[in-house]
Design a protein around this ligand. Structure first.
Ligand SMILES: O=C1O[C@H](COP(=O)(O)O)[C@@H](O)[C@H](O)[C@H]1O
Length: 239
């Protein structure tokens, strides 16, 4: 498994590089495969990257009809709720690109209990992949407590589960759905995007304190683990 850490002057250049690399990765993979599967992150940080993908030149360079978009985690709120990760991805990206509706796979958040929703998405993933989900590319964020997706410190999803229900997350909203370590670690490539001074302390802990075993430190995909940081987020790293 390859690891890389790249530091850019600011969030704009980090997201530009990520968008360029994403386009290249997708194009190369589609030379050998019929489709490319991704899981998107939520929160605030990736919105800039999503907006870039929805614009020239990236929008025209992606084979949207061959992309399948899943979600790494979701807040258990209606899809039009301000906290919804799906809403954010739709408004910044999915509503602006020619991706077929059938290729977008939001986590269910309505008409089901939280555990039933986790089970439903897990079943959906297993069907889409005709077996254990092996996502091609997953985007991940980093919370200031070391959480990623909705895997928070102290929360241990059952090891056999691909999608977990989180009933009491320390960050609101408390009810969430998340892919598990098992799922992320079956992905081919995982990419963390962390920018801004608010991430500097936790970025330093992730890279210098392996004994903490933070959720973000437990992501070990099969082929490639990449970190895209800006100078503010990497300010406490000695490089
Ligand atoms: O709650 C969440 O937080 C993390 C980090 O979000 P950010 O706003 O600090 O970028 C995010 O990766 C996750 O998808 C989200 O549900």
């Amino acid at each position: 498994m390859n690891r890389e850490r790249r530091i850019f002057p600011d969030p704009e250049t980090a997201c530009e590089a990520l968008a360029q690399d994403f386009v290249t990765t997708v194009a190369r993979a589609l030379e050998k495969a019929a489709r490319f599967t991704v899981a998107l992150a939520g929160g605030v940080t990736p919105a800039r990257f999503y907006r870039l993908l929805a614009q020239a030149p990236y929008r025209e360079r992606l084979a949207w009809e061959r992309l399948h978009v899943f979600f790494g985690d979701e807040r258990f709120v209606p899809p039009d709720h301000p906290d919804s990760n799906y809403r954010m991805a739709r408004e910044t990206l999915l509503d602006h690109v020619p991706i077929p509706a059938a290729n977008v796979h939001p986590m269910p958040t309505q008409g089901l209990t939280l555990p039933a929703a986790a089970q439903r998405y897990e079943t959906h993933l297993l069907e889409c992949f005709a077996g254990p989900p092996q996502l091609d590319w997953v985007l991940l964020g980093l919370g200031e407590d070391g959480h990623t997706a909705s895997l928070f410190p102290g929360f241990e999803p059952p090891p056999e589960v691909w999608v977990a229900a989180v009933a009491s997350a320390p960050k609101p909203p408390p009810q969430r759905l998340t892919l598990t370590y098992r799922t992320f670690n079956q992905a081919r490539q995982a990419v963390f995007l962390a920018t801004g001074p608010g991430k500097a302390e936790i970025v330093a802990r992730v890279f210098t304190r392996p004994e903490l075993n933070l959720p973000a430190q437990r992501i070990v995909p099969r082929e490639q683990l990449s970190w895209y940081l800006d100078e503010a987020a990497s300010a406490h790293l000695s490089t």
